[in-house]
Design a protein around this ligand. Structure first.
Ligand code: NBP
Length: 477
Protein backbone atom coordinates (compact mmCIF):
# COMPACT_ATOMS: atom_id res chain seq x y z
CA UNK A 1 0.00 0.00 0.00
CA UNK A 2 1.52 3.20 -1.24
CA UNK A 3 -1.24 5.72 -1.80
CA UNK A 4 -1.94 8.42 0.78
CA UNK A 5 -5.39 9.05 -0.62
CA UNK A 6 -7.82 7.42 -3.02
CA UNK A 7 -10.55 8.84 -5.22
CA UNK A 8 -13.42 6.73 -6.49
CA UNK A 9 -15.82 8.27 -9.00
CA UNK A 10 -13.79 9.87 -11.77
CA UNK A 11 -16.24 12.02 -13.72
CA UNK A 12 -15.22 15.70 -14.03
CA UNK A 13 -15.12 16.45 -10.31
CA UNK A 14 -13.39 13.29 -9.10
CA UNK A 15 -10.87 13.32 -11.92
CA UNK A 16 -9.88 16.91 -11.24
CA UNK A 17 -9.71 16.40 -7.48
CA UNK A 18 -7.47 13.33 -7.99
CA UNK A 19 -5.21 15.38 -10.29
CA UNK A 20 -5.10 18.18 -7.73
CA UNK A 21 -3.90 15.74 -5.00
CA UNK A 22 -1.32 14.26 -7.39
CA UNK A 23 -0.04 17.67 -8.48
CA UNK A 24 0.49 18.47 -4.83
CA UNK A 25 2.80 15.52 -4.40
CA UNK A 26 0.43 12.89 -3.01
CA UNK A 27 0.25 9.38 -4.39
CA UNK A 28 -3.37 8.91 -5.41
CA UNK A 29 -5.19 5.60 -5.88
CA UNK A 30 -7.86 6.03 -8.55
CA UNK A 31 -10.93 3.91 -9.10
CA UNK A 32 -14.19 4.17 -11.03
CA UNK A 33 -17.17 1.82 -11.38
CA UNK A 34 -16.48 1.74 -15.12
CA UNK A 35 -12.69 1.17 -15.28
CA UNK A 36 -12.37 2.87 -18.68
CA UNK A 37 -12.66 6.29 -17.02
CA UNK A 38 -9.89 5.38 -14.59
CA UNK A 39 -7.59 4.19 -17.40
CA UNK A 40 -8.33 7.34 -19.39
CA UNK A 41 -7.29 9.49 -16.44
CA UNK A 42 -4.01 7.65 -15.92
CA UNK A 43 -3.26 7.68 -19.64
CA UNK A 44 -3.99 11.35 -20.14
CA UNK A 45 -2.71 12.85 -16.90
CA UNK A 46 -0.38 10.18 -15.48
CA UNK A 47 2.55 12.52 -16.05
CA UNK A 48 1.21 15.06 -13.55
CA UNK A 49 2.06 12.94 -10.51
CA UNK A 50 1.84 9.50 -8.91
CA UNK A 51 -1.35 7.58 -9.61
CA UNK A 52 -2.12 3.97 -8.64
CA UNK A 53 -4.55 2.49 -11.16
CA UNK A 54 -7.12 0.28 -9.42
CA UNK A 55 -9.52 -1.88 -11.42
CA UNK A 56 -11.41 -3.35 -8.48
CA UNK A 57 -12.66 -2.18 -5.10
CA UNK A 58 -10.30 -4.70 -3.48
CA UNK A 59 -7.26 -3.34 -5.35
CA UNK A 60 -8.30 0.17 -4.39
CA UNK A 61 -8.55 -0.58 -0.67
CA UNK A 62 -5.29 -2.54 -0.77
CA UNK A 63 -3.50 0.40 -2.42
CA UNK A 64 -4.26 2.79 0.45
CA UNK A 65 -2.00 3.49 3.42
CA UNK A 66 -3.67 3.09 6.82
CA UNK A 67 -5.70 4.79 8.11
CA UNK A 68 -7.24 4.73 4.66
CA UNK A 69 -8.57 7.95 3.18
CA UNK A 70 -11.10 7.19 0.51
CA UNK A 71 -12.74 10.09 -1.31
CA UNK A 72 -16.08 9.33 -2.98
CA UNK A 73 -17.00 11.65 -5.88
CA UNK A 74 -20.05 9.97 -7.38
CA UNK A 75 -23.51 11.24 -8.22
CA UNK A 76 -25.22 12.18 -4.96
CA UNK A 77 -28.03 9.97 -3.63
CA UNK A 78 -28.29 6.23 -4.23
CA UNK A 79 -24.90 5.96 -5.98
CA UNK A 80 -23.24 7.21 -2.77
CA UNK A 81 -25.01 4.53 -0.72
CA UNK A 82 -24.05 1.90 -3.30
CA UNK A 83 -20.39 2.89 -3.08
CA UNK A 84 -20.46 2.88 0.73
CA UNK A 85 -22.03 -0.57 0.73
CA UNK A 86 -19.33 -1.81 -1.58
CA UNK A 87 -16.37 -0.39 0.33
CA UNK A 88 -17.38 -0.41 3.98
CA UNK A 89 -17.02 -4.21 4.42
CA UNK A 90 -13.45 -3.96 3.08
CA UNK A 91 -12.37 -1.25 5.56
CA UNK A 92 -11.05 -1.35 9.13
CA UNK A 93 -11.71 0.79 12.19
CA UNK A 94 -10.08 4.22 11.87
CA UNK A 95 -10.37 4.28 8.07
CA UNK A 96 -12.15 7.24 6.50
CA UNK A 97 -14.79 7.54 3.83
CA UNK A 98 -14.96 11.10 2.58
CA UNK A 99 -18.04 11.99 0.56
CA UNK A 100 -17.27 14.99 -1.64
CA UNK A 101 -20.57 14.86 -3.53
CA UNK A 102 -23.47 17.24 -3.10
CA UNK A 103 -25.21 15.09 -0.49
CA UNK A 104 -28.21 16.22 1.51
CA UNK A 105 -26.94 16.75 5.06
CA UNK A 106 -29.64 14.45 6.48
CA UNK A 107 -28.24 11.60 4.36
CA UNK A 108 -24.78 12.47 5.65
CA UNK A 109 -26.01 12.28 9.25
CA UNK A 110 -27.51 8.85 8.60
CA UNK A 111 -24.39 7.54 6.86
CA UNK A 112 -22.11 8.89 9.58
CA UNK A 113 -24.20 7.20 12.28
CA UNK A 114 -24.25 3.86 10.47
CA UNK A 115 -20.51 3.85 9.74
CA UNK A 116 -19.59 5.01 13.23
CA UNK A 117 -20.90 1.68 14.56
CA UNK A 118 -18.26 0.01 12.42
CA UNK A 119 -15.54 2.38 13.62
CA UNK A 120 -15.28 4.02 10.20
CA UNK A 121 -14.95 7.78 10.13
CA UNK A 122 -17.40 9.27 7.66
CA UNK A 123 -16.59 12.77 6.50
CA UNK A 124 -19.35 14.60 4.61
CA UNK A 125 -17.33 17.14 2.65
CA UNK A 126 -18.86 20.06 0.76
CA UNK A 127 -16.79 21.06 -2.26
CA UNK A 128 -17.44 24.27 -4.16
CA UNK A 129 -15.87 25.78 -7.22
CA UNK A 130 -17.01 23.44 -9.99
CA UNK A 131 -14.55 21.49 -12.06
CA UNK A 132 -12.09 24.35 -12.31
CA UNK A 133 -12.00 24.66 -8.53
CA UNK A 134 -11.59 20.92 -8.06
CA UNK A 135 -8.46 21.05 -10.20
CA UNK A 136 -6.87 24.30 -9.08
CA UNK A 137 -8.18 24.74 -5.56
CA UNK A 138 -11.75 24.49 -4.31
CA UNK A 139 -13.35 25.80 -1.16
CA UNK A 140 -13.74 22.71 1.03
CA UNK A 141 -16.24 22.27 3.86
CA UNK A 142 -15.52 18.99 5.69
CA UNK A 143 -17.72 17.76 8.53
CA UNK A 144 -17.53 14.49 10.41
CA UNK A 145 -15.51 13.44 13.46
CA UNK A 146 -13.01 16.07 14.56
CA UNK A 147 -10.16 13.54 14.82
CA UNK A 148 -10.50 12.73 11.12
CA UNK A 149 -9.33 16.25 10.38
CA UNK A 150 -6.00 15.64 12.12
CA UNK A 151 -4.75 13.45 9.29
CA UNK A 152 -7.03 14.60 6.49
CA UNK A 153 -6.87 18.35 7.16
CA UNK A 154 -3.26 19.00 6.12
CA UNK A 155 -3.89 17.30 2.76
CA UNK A 156 -7.05 19.33 2.16
CA UNK A 157 -5.25 22.50 3.14
CA UNK A 158 -2.67 21.78 0.46
CA UNK A 159 -5.16 21.26 -2.37
CA UNK A 160 -7.69 23.93 -1.37
CA UNK A 161 -8.02 27.46 -2.66
CA UNK A 162 -6.12 30.11 -0.75
CA UNK A 163 -7.65 33.39 0.36
CA UNK A 164 -5.94 36.67 -0.51
CA UNK A 165 -4.03 36.52 2.81
CA UNK A 166 -2.72 33.04 1.87
CA UNK A 167 -4.79 31.04 4.33
CA UNK A 168 -6.40 27.84 3.03
CA UNK A 169 -10.14 27.85 2.30
CA UNK A 170 -10.79 24.74 4.38
CA UNK A 171 -11.30 23.94 8.05
CA UNK A 172 -13.25 21.40 10.07
CA UNK A 173 -16.80 22.75 10.02
CA UNK A 174 -18.45 20.54 12.65
CA UNK A 175 -19.74 17.01 13.32
CA UNK A 176 -21.61 14.64 10.98
CA UNK A 177 -23.65 16.64 8.43
CA UNK A 178 -22.31 20.11 9.31
CA UNK A 179 -20.03 20.31 6.25
CA UNK A 180 -22.76 19.44 3.78
CA UNK A 181 -25.17 21.75 5.59
CA UNK A 182 -22.81 24.69 5.21
CA UNK A 183 -22.26 23.79 1.54
CA UNK A 184 -26.04 23.78 1.08
CA UNK A 185 -26.40 27.25 2.60
CA UNK A 186 -23.47 28.43 0.46
CA UNK A 187 -25.51 27.40 -2.58
CA UNK A 188 -28.63 29.11 -1.22
CA UNK A 189 -26.67 32.33 -0.79
CA UNK A 190 -25.29 31.84 -4.30
CA UNK A 191 -28.87 31.73 -5.63
CA UNK A 192 -29.68 34.95 -3.78
CA UNK A 193 -26.51 36.70 -5.00
CA UNK A 194 -27.31 35.73 -8.59
CA UNK A 195 -30.93 36.87 -8.29
CA UNK A 196 -29.91 40.26 -6.86
CA UNK A 197 -27.36 40.75 -9.63
CA UNK A 198 -30.05 39.79 -12.14
CA UNK A 199 -32.44 42.38 -10.72
CA UNK A 200 -29.73 45.06 -10.79
CA UNK A 201 -29.12 44.23 -14.46
CA UNK A 202 -32.83 44.38 -15.33
CA UNK A 203 -33.23 47.75 -13.58
CA UNK A 204 -30.21 49.22 -15.36
CA UNK A 205 -31.68 48.01 -18.61
CA UNK A 206 -35.38 48.79 -18.22
CA UNK A 207 -35.35 51.83 -15.94
CA UNK A 208 -32.01 53.47 -16.83
CA UNK A 209 -32.09 52.35 -20.47
CA UNK A 210 -28.51 51.02 -20.66
CA UNK A 211 -27.42 48.37 -23.17
CA UNK A 212 -25.91 45.05 -22.01
CA UNK A 213 -22.45 46.28 -23.04
CA UNK A 214 -22.89 49.48 -21.00
CA UNK A 215 -24.15 47.47 -18.04
CA UNK A 216 -21.09 45.22 -18.32
CA UNK A 217 -18.96 48.35 -17.87
CA UNK A 218 -20.98 49.39 -14.83
CA UNK A 219 -20.45 45.95 -13.28
CA UNK A 220 -16.72 46.22 -14.03
CA UNK A 221 -16.63 49.47 -12.09
CA UNK A 222 -18.58 47.94 -9.21
CA UNK A 223 -16.12 45.07 -9.18
CA UNK A 224 -13.40 47.56 -8.20
CA UNK A 225 -15.28 48.46 -5.03
CA UNK A 226 -17.01 46.75 -2.13
CA UNK A 227 -18.95 44.42 -4.47
CA UNK A 228 -15.66 42.92 -5.73
CA UNK A 229 -16.54 39.25 -6.30
CA UNK A 230 -16.37 36.36 -8.71
CA UNK A 231 -20.08 36.60 -9.58
CA UNK A 232 -19.90 40.32 -10.40
CA UNK A 233 -16.79 39.66 -12.50
CA UNK A 234 -18.41 36.90 -14.57
CA UNK A 235 -21.61 38.94 -14.91
CA UNK A 236 -19.61 41.60 -16.76
CA UNK A 237 -18.10 38.89 -18.97
CA UNK A 238 -21.49 37.38 -19.83
CA UNK A 239 -23.09 40.78 -20.48
CA UNK A 240 -20.32 41.96 -22.78
CA UNK A 241 -20.39 38.75 -24.82
CA UNK A 242 -21.91 39.06 -28.31
CA UNK A 243 -23.55 36.12 -30.08
CA UNK A 244 -21.39 35.25 -33.10
CA UNK A 245 -24.32 34.04 -35.19
CA UNK A 246 -26.70 36.97 -34.82
CA UNK A 247 -24.44 39.81 -33.65
CA UNK A 248 -26.88 40.38 -30.80
CA UNK A 249 -25.92 40.60 -27.12
CA UNK A 250 -25.52 36.99 -25.92
CA UNK A 251 -27.95 37.63 -23.05
CA UNK A 252 -30.68 38.40 -25.60
CA UNK A 253 -30.40 35.08 -27.43
CA UNK A 254 -30.58 32.89 -24.31
CA UNK A 255 -34.02 31.56 -23.28
CA UNK A 256 -34.96 33.36 -20.05
CA UNK A 257 -35.89 30.27 -18.04
CA UNK A 258 -33.47 29.51 -15.20
CA UNK A 259 -32.77 25.96 -14.13
CA UNK A 260 -31.73 24.56 -10.78
CA UNK A 261 -30.27 21.38 -9.41
CA UNK A 262 -31.83 21.51 -5.95
CA UNK A 263 -29.43 22.78 -3.31
CA UNK A 264 -31.08 26.22 -3.26
CA UNK A 265 -34.43 24.57 -2.80
CA UNK A 266 -33.05 22.44 0.06
CA UNK A 267 -31.80 25.60 1.79
CA UNK A 268 -35.34 26.96 1.78
CA UNK A 269 -37.01 23.66 2.71
CA UNK A 270 -34.72 23.23 5.73
CA UNK A 271 -35.16 26.88 6.70
CA UNK A 272 -38.92 26.31 6.78
CA UNK A 273 -38.37 23.32 9.08
CA UNK A 274 -36.04 25.32 11.31
CA UNK A 275 -38.36 28.35 11.27
CA UNK A 276 -35.69 30.66 9.87
CA UNK A 277 -36.86 33.51 7.59
CA UNK A 278 -34.59 33.16 4.55
CA UNK A 279 -36.98 35.23 2.44
CA UNK A 280 -34.32 36.52 0.04
CA UNK A 281 -33.04 33.04 -0.74
CA UNK A 282 -36.63 31.79 -1.10
CA UNK A 283 -37.44 34.60 -3.56
CA UNK A 284 -34.38 33.62 -5.59
CA UNK A 285 -35.56 30.00 -5.78
CA UNK A 286 -39.11 31.08 -6.65
CA UNK A 287 -37.85 33.54 -9.28
CA UNK A 288 -36.10 30.67 -11.07
CA UNK A 289 -39.21 28.54 -10.85
CA UNK A 290 -41.47 31.37 -12.09
CA UNK A 291 -39.17 31.96 -15.05
CA UNK A 292 -39.68 28.34 -16.09
CA UNK A 293 -43.48 28.60 -16.29
CA UNK A 294 -43.48 29.48 -19.98
CA UNK A 295 -47.18 28.86 -20.62
CA UNK A 296 -48.26 30.87 -17.59
CA UNK A 297 -46.00 33.76 -18.61
CA UNK A 298 -47.30 33.64 -22.18
CA UNK A 299 -50.89 33.72 -20.94
CA UNK A 300 -50.10 36.72 -18.71
CA UNK A 301 -48.31 38.84 -21.30
CA UNK A 302 -51.35 41.02 -21.99
CA UNK A 303 -51.82 42.08 -18.36
CA UNK A 304 -51.73 45.83 -17.78
CA UNK A 305 -48.52 47.55 -16.66
CA UNK A 306 -47.16 51.08 -16.37
CA UNK A 307 -45.74 53.03 -19.32
CA UNK A 308 -41.96 53.30 -19.47
CA UNK A 309 -40.58 56.71 -18.51
CA UNK A 310 -37.14 57.31 -20.06
CA UNK A 311 -34.45 58.83 -17.84
CA UNK A 312 -32.03 61.54 -18.91
CA UNK A 313 -28.35 60.61 -19.07
CA UNK A 314 -27.63 62.29 -15.75
CA UNK A 315 -30.65 60.64 -14.14
CA UNK A 316 -29.56 57.24 -15.47
CA UNK A 317 -26.08 57.70 -14.02
CA UNK A 318 -27.49 58.67 -10.63
CA UNK A 319 -29.87 55.74 -10.77
CA UNK A 320 -27.00 53.32 -11.44
CA UNK A 321 -25.29 54.54 -8.25
CA UNK A 322 -28.50 53.92 -6.33
CA UNK A 323 -28.77 50.41 -7.74
CA UNK A 324 -25.27 49.70 -6.43
CA UNK A 325 -26.43 50.75 -2.95
CA UNK A 326 -29.58 48.62 -3.21
CA UNK A 327 -27.58 45.61 -4.39
CA UNK A 328 -25.06 45.94 -1.59
CA UNK A 329 -27.69 46.39 1.13
CA UNK A 330 -29.72 43.44 -0.19
CA UNK A 331 -26.56 41.33 -0.29
CA UNK A 332 -25.91 42.04 3.39
CA UNK A 333 -29.46 40.84 4.12
CA UNK A 334 -29.01 37.59 2.11
CA UNK A 335 -25.88 36.72 4.05
CA UNK A 336 -27.59 37.67 7.30
CA UNK A 337 -30.34 35.18 6.50
CA UNK A 338 -27.94 32.43 5.41
CA UNK A 339 -25.84 32.76 8.55
CA UNK A 340 -29.01 32.76 10.65
CA UNK A 341 -29.87 29.38 9.11
CA UNK A 342 -26.45 27.98 10.00
CA UNK A 343 -26.78 29.42 13.49
CA UNK A 344 -30.19 27.76 13.90
CA UNK A 345 -28.73 24.42 12.76
CA UNK A 346 -26.06 24.75 15.45
CA UNK A 347 -28.82 24.76 18.04
CA UNK A 348 -30.94 22.10 16.37
CA UNK A 349 -28.17 19.56 15.72
CA UNK A 350 -25.74 20.49 18.48
CA UNK A 351 -23.02 21.60 16.07
CA UNK A 352 -20.26 23.91 17.29
CA UNK A 353 -19.89 25.68 13.93
CA UNK A 354 -17.76 28.84 14.04
CA UNK A 355 -19.60 31.33 11.82
CA UNK A 356 -16.53 33.51 11.29
CA UNK A 357 -14.56 30.44 10.17
CA UNK A 358 -17.35 29.57 7.71
CA UNK A 359 -17.14 32.99 6.07
CA UNK A 360 -13.35 32.54 5.86
CA UNK A 361 -13.85 29.23 3.98
CA UNK A 362 -15.78 31.01 1.26
CA UNK A 363 -13.16 33.70 0.58
CA UNK A 364 -11.56 31.71 -2.24
CA UNK A 365 -12.30 28.84 -4.62
CA UNK A 366 -16.08 28.91 -4.43
CA UNK A 367 -18.75 30.64 -6.49
CA UNK A 368 -19.62 33.27 -3.85
CA UNK A 369 -15.99 34.22 -3.21
CA UNK A 370 -15.81 37.93 -2.54
CA UNK A 371 -13.90 40.62 -0.73
CA UNK A 372 -17.09 41.07 1.29
CA UNK A 373 -16.46 37.78 3.16
CA UNK A 374 -13.47 39.32 4.93
CA UNK A 375 -15.90 41.84 6.40
CA UNK A 376 -18.20 39.10 7.68
CA UNK A 377 -15.21 37.34 9.19
CA UNK A 378 -14.19 40.57 10.91
CA UNK A 379 -17.73 41.05 12.25
CA UNK A 380 -17.76 37.59 13.87
CA UNK A 381 -14.17 37.95 15.09
CA UNK A 382 -15.08 41.18 16.80
CA UNK A 383 -18.16 39.61 18.37
CA UNK A 384 -18.53 35.81 18.10
CA UNK A 385 -22.03 35.91 19.66
CA UNK A 386 -23.32 38.47 17.15
CA UNK A 387 -27.12 37.91 17.08
CA UNK A 388 -27.25 38.84 13.39
CA UNK A 389 -24.93 40.37 10.82
CA UNK A 390 -27.19 43.41 10.88
CA UNK A 391 -26.16 43.93 14.52
CA UNK A 392 -22.57 44.52 13.43
CA UNK A 393 -21.94 48.25 13.66
CA UNK A 394 -20.10 48.46 10.33
CA UNK A 395 -22.83 46.67 8.38
CA UNK A 396 -25.55 48.60 10.21
CA UNK A 397 -23.84 51.86 9.25
CA UNK A 398 -23.45 50.82 5.62
CA UNK A 399 -27.14 49.95 5.42
CA UNK A 400 -28.01 53.23 7.12
CA UNK A 401 -26.06 55.00 4.38
CA UNK A 402 -27.66 52.89 1.63
CA UNK A 403 -31.26 52.75 2.75
CA UNK A 404 -32.57 55.94 1.10
CA UNK A 405 -31.23 54.83 -2.27
CA UNK A 406 -32.43 51.27 -1.66
CA UNK A 407 -35.97 52.56 -1.11
CA UNK A 408 -35.76 54.88 -4.15
CA UNK A 409 -34.72 51.98 -6.36
CA UNK A 410 -37.73 49.96 -5.20
CA UNK A 411 -40.02 52.95 -5.82
CA UNK A 412 -38.66 53.22 -9.38
CA UNK A 413 -38.97 49.47 -9.90
CA UNK A 414 -42.58 49.52 -8.73
CA UNK A 415 -43.43 52.58 -10.85
CA UNK A 416 -41.94 51.05 -13.96
CA UNK A 417 -43.19 47.53 -13.28
CA UNK A 418 -39.78 45.84 -13.10
CA UNK A 419 -39.98 42.76 -10.86
CA UNK A 420 -37.46 42.95 -8.00
CA UNK A 421 -38.48 40.22 -5.54
CA UNK A 422 -34.97 39.91 -4.10
CA UNK A 423 -34.45 43.63 -3.38
CA UNK A 424 -38.01 43.92 -2.04
CA UNK A 425 -37.78 40.86 0.21
CA UNK A 426 -34.48 42.08 1.60
CA UNK A 427 -35.87 45.52 2.41
CA UNK A 428 -39.04 44.04 3.93
CA UNK A 429 -36.86 41.80 6.15
CA UNK A 430 -34.80 44.79 7.23
CA UNK A 431 -37.85 46.91 7.99
CA UNK A 432 -39.59 44.05 9.80
CA UNK A 433 -36.58 43.41 12.03
CA UNK A 434 -36.24 47.05 13.02
CA UNK A 435 -40.00 47.64 13.47
CA UNK A 436 -41.21 48.71 16.89
CA UNK A 437 -44.49 46.80 16.44
CA UNK A 438 -45.46 44.14 13.89
CA UNK A 439 -48.97 43.17 12.77
CA UNK A 440 -48.21 39.78 14.33
CA UNK A 441 -50.24 41.13 17.29
CA UNK A 442 -53.28 41.31 15.02
CA UNK A 443 -52.51 37.82 13.68
CA UNK A 444 -52.56 36.51 17.26
CA UNK A 445 -55.90 38.24 17.84
CA UNK A 446 -57.37 36.63 14.72
CA UNK A 447 -56.05 33.21 15.75
CA UNK A 448 -57.55 33.60 19.18
CA UNK A 449 -60.87 34.71 17.62
CA UNK A 450 -61.35 31.80 15.24
CA UNK A 451 -59.45 29.05 17.02
CA UNK A 452 -59.03 30.03 20.68
CA UNK A 453 -55.27 29.73 20.11
CA UNK A 454 -54.58 32.21 22.97
CA UNK A 455 -52.13 35.13 23.07
CA UNK A 456 -49.60 36.69 25.41
CA UNK A 457 -49.94 40.26 26.73
CA UNK A 458 -47.30 42.97 26.68
CA UNK A 459 -47.98 43.94 30.29
CA UNK A 460 -48.03 40.65 32.22
CA UNK A 461 -46.96 37.00 31.98
CA UNK A 462 -49.23 34.13 31.00
CA UNK A 463 -51.49 33.04 28.15
CA UNK A 464 -54.89 34.57 27.60
CA UNK A 465 -58.08 34.03 25.67
CA UNK A 466 -60.89 36.46 24.98
CA UNK A 467 -64.45 35.09 24.94
CA UNK A 468 -65.11 36.47 21.44
CA UNK A 469 -68.51 34.80 21.04
CA UNK A 470 -69.62 35.79 24.53
CA UNK A 471 -69.17 38.91 26.64
CA UNK A 472 -65.60 39.44 25.36
CA UNK A 473 -64.13 39.20 28.78
CA UNK A 474 -60.60 37.86 29.06
CA UNK A 475 -59.71 34.56 30.66
CA UNK A 476 -56.37 33.18 31.72
CA UNK A 477 -55.59 30.17 29.52
P1 NBP B 1 -21.72 12.93 -11.68
O1 NBP B 1 -22.55 13.51 -10.63
O2 NBP B 1 -22.13 13.03 -13.10
O3 NBP B 1 -21.52 11.36 -11.35
C1 NBP B 1 -20.81 10.49 -12.21
C2 NBP B 1 -19.97 9.52 -11.42
O4 NBP B 1 -20.79 8.75 -10.53
C3 NBP B 1 -19.27 8.53 -12.34
O5 NBP B 1 -17.99 8.27 -11.80
C4 NBP B 1 -20.15 7.31 -12.24
O6 NBP B 1 -19.51 6.09 -12.53
C5 NBP B 1 -20.50 7.34 -10.77
N1 NBP B 1 -21.63 6.49 -10.39
C6 NBP B 1 -22.95 6.57 -10.68
BR1 NBP B 1 -23.69 7.85 -11.75
N2 NBP B 1 -23.69 5.60 -10.15
C7 NBP B 1 -22.82 4.83 -9.48
C8 NBP B 1 -22.96 3.66 -8.71
N3 NBP B 1 -24.14 3.12 -8.50
N4 NBP B 1 -21.84 3.11 -8.17
C9 NBP B 1 -20.64 3.67 -8.38
N5 NBP B 1 -20.43 4.81 -9.10
C10 NBP B 1 -21.51 5.38 -9.64
O7 NBP B 1 -20.19 13.43 -11.56
P2 NBP B 1 -19.62 14.91 -11.25
O8 NBP B 1 -20.32 15.96 -12.04
O9 NBP B 1 -18.15 14.75 -11.37
O10 NBP B 1 -19.99 15.16 -9.72
C11 NBP B 1 -19.54 14.29 -8.69
C12 NBP B 1 -20.14 14.76 -7.37
O11 NBP B 1 -19.64 16.06 -7.08
C13 NBP B 1 -21.67 14.89 -7.41
O12 NBP B 1 -22.20 14.50 -6.16
C14 NBP B 1 -21.89 16.36 -7.62
O13 NBP B 1 -23.15 16.80 -7.12
C15 NBP B 1 -20.74 16.94 -6.84
N6 NBP B 1 -20.34 18.29 -7.23
C16 NBP B 1 -20.32 18.66 -8.52
C17 NBP B 1 -19.93 19.94 -8.89
C18 NBP B 1 -19.88 20.36 -10.32
O14 NBP B 1 -19.64 21.54 -10.57
N7 NBP B 1 -20.09 19.44 -11.27
C19 NBP B 1 -19.53 20.84 -7.89
C20 NBP B 1 -19.51 20.43 -6.57
C21 NBP B 1 -19.92 19.15 -6.26
P3 NBP B 1 -19.49 5.54 -14.05
O15 NBP B 1 -18.38 6.25 -14.73
O16 NBP B 1 -19.25 4.09 -13.89
O17 NBP B 1 -20.84 5.85 -14.66
Amino acid sequence: STAQIGVTGLAVMGRNLARNFARNGYTVAVHNRTPARMHALVEEFGGEGEFVACESAKDFVAALERPRRLVVMVKAGEPTDAVIQEFAPLLEPGDMIIDGGNAHFADTRRRERDLREQGIHFVGMGVSGGEEGALNGPSIMPGGPKESYDSLGPMLEKISAKAADGSPCVSHVGPDGAGHFVKMVHNGIEYADMQLIGEAYQLLRDVAGYSPAEIAEIFRTWNQGRLDSYLIEITAEVLSHVDAETGKPFVDVVVDQAEQKGTGRWTVQIALDLGVPVSGIAEAVFARSLSGHAALREASRGLAGPKAKPLSEAEARAFADRVEQALYASKIVSYTQGFHEIDAARGEYGWDIDLGAVSALWRGGCIIRAAFLDRIRAAYDARPDLPSLLSDTTFAQEIADAQDDWREVLVAATRQGVPTPGFAAALAYYDALRAERLPAALTQGQRDYFGAHTYRRVDRDGSFHTLWGGDRSETSA
